[in-house]
Structures are given as C-alpha cells and as structure tokens.
Design a protein around this ligand. Structure first.
Ligand code: AP5
Ligand code: MG
Ligand code: ZN
Length: 213
C-alpha cells in the first residue's frame, strides 16, 4: 500500500501517518522527521535544511528529492509506505510519479486531512514531539501518559523550533502557495480522498481506515 498524506502544517498528517503505518505494516516516512534528525546530528544536510526550516520555508527540491529517492531503496519499502510531508511541491509530485512509473508502480491513495487555518495555531502551540521516534502529542488534545515522556519509546519530548506563531503563519502561507496545488494534482490522478481533520484523533483515523479498508 502506497499512501501520500496531504494537509496544512498541523493538520495531523504525522499523527495519522503513524497510526496507518502501525495498522498496515508499512513504514512512516516523514521528510520533516528526517530533516530534524539530521539537524540534531549536525550533518551537512541538517545544516542546510535548518536555514530554510527555521524561516518556515521549504527546503529546496534538489535536497529533498535525493534524500527521499534514497529512502525508497531501503528494504522496508518493498510493501509500500505512508509518505508524510512529501511531496510538497508540484515538481516533487512529478518526480515521484516519474520514479513510480519507471518502476511499474503507483500510489494507491492521497489522503487530504482538511483543517481550517484558524485551528492550526492552537494545535501547534500545544504540540510536543519526540525526536527519537517521531511521535507527536498535544498537551490538551493528545497528551502522553507521563508528562514530557514519549508513550511509544520513552524518549524526551520537545517543542519544535518552527512552531513559534510567526513561523507557523509563514508555513501556512507557503502551504497555500506551494503545496495545496497537489490536491488538484492527485484529484486528477483519481486517488484523492478528503477527510475531516477537525474531528478527534480516533475519529479521523476511523474515517481513514474506512477508505483504506
Ligand atoms: P513537516 O515536519 O512535514 O511539518 P508540516 O507539514 O508543517 O506539518 P507538521 O508536522 O507541523 O504537522 P502535521 O500535519 O504532521 O500535524 P501533527 O500530526 O504533528 O515539515 C517541517 C519543515 O520541513 C517544512 O516547513 C519544510 O521546511 C521542511 N520540509 C519537510 N518536508 C519537505 C519537503 N518535502 N520539501 C521541502 N521542505 C520540506 O499534529 C499537530 C498537532 O495537533 C499535534 O500536537 C497533534 O497532537 C495535534 N492533533 C493532531 N490531530 C489532531 C486532532 N484530530 N484533533 C486535535 N489535535 C490534533
Ligand atoms: Mg508532521
Ligand atoms: Zn518516541
């Protein structure tokens, strides 16, 4: 099963992708998580990516494409994957379509998690993220059992550097300009499924399972 998650920053792509990955036994591939791991480890890629991410801007397509194409070659991608945060521009989507077509493969679904901009800032300010495993929580809407500790791996939770309100506003603008055109792109491919992302985490997941079967 090959799935792309679409949606604004904070729509719940990562939260749902993780649950999909567990239920369907496919890897959760988040370009944002990969960049953050590189930043934490102070790699060359991390240094370059950080400049853009801290401003709420997209990392250039060249850097992102090399990284993701490498990731697809790993063994765990044999039975598919759930992509979260990639593709994010039309050129990235076209590169993905081309790579899949060349391999005789195709995406099954693009799941578009719809949440209005007004709800996003509240979600971001309460978000807590686990750098170790990519687990995502919310102090009110999706709290951990023990404060500050990841339920899944016991790692410490952090606030993301790009979750400041002014950076969130920039990310929303970038989303509407550069990423939302992917909704029409995947509608054109006949694989777009919209879900209402304002429902609670479990209800959104139920709706997604209803689509994936
Ligand atoms: P990325 O890490 O992908 O961030 P994003 O798209 O901005 O999305 P988020 O991770 O902020 O939100 P999400 O939709 O995953 O929501 P979450 O589940 O956490 O990218 C970060 C940066 O990296 C980009 O700005 C860019 O610079 C760079 N980048 C990454 N990929 C790139 C690419 N392909 N090309 C170029 N640059 C790239 O949920 C948010 C919060 O809400 C959480 O606290 C959660 O607990 C809570 N929540 C979730 N669902 C619900 C619900 N139903 N009800 C209530 N609360 C909920
Ligand atoms: Mg995310
Ligand atoms: Zn964790």
């Amino acid at each position: 099963m090959k799935i792309v998650m679409l949606g604004a920053p904070g729509a719940g792509k990562g939260t749902q992708a993780k649950k999909i990955a567990e239920k369907y036994g496919v890897p959760h591939i988040s370009t944002g998580d990969i960049f953050r791991a590189n930043i934490k480890n102070n790699t060359e890629l991390g240094k370059k990516a950080k400049e853009f991410m801290d401003q709420g801007l997209l990392v250039p397509d060249e850097l992102t494409l090399d990284l993701i194409m490498d990731r697809f070659k790993q063994d765990d991608c044999k039975n598919g994957y759930v992509l979260d945060g990639f593709p994010r521009t039309i050129p990235q989507a076209e590169a993905l379509t081309k790579a899949l077509t060349e391999a005789g493969e195709k995406l099954d679904y693009a799941i578009n998690v719809e949440v209005p901009d007004e709800n996003i800032v509240t979600r971001m300010s309460g978000r807590r993220a686990c750098i170790a495993c990519g687990g995502t929580y919310h102090i009110v809407f999706n709290p951990t059992k023990q404060e500050g500790v990841c339920d899944a791996c016991g790692g410490g939770l952090v606030l993301r550097d790009d979750d400041k309100p002014e950076t969130v506003a920039k990310r929303l603008t970038v989303y509407h300009d550069q990423t939302s055109p992917l909704i029409a792109y995947y509608k054109g491919q006949g694989i777009l499924k919209d879900v209402d992302g304002t429902k609670d985490v479990a209800e959104v997941f139920n709706d997604i399972v209803g689509i994936l079967g």
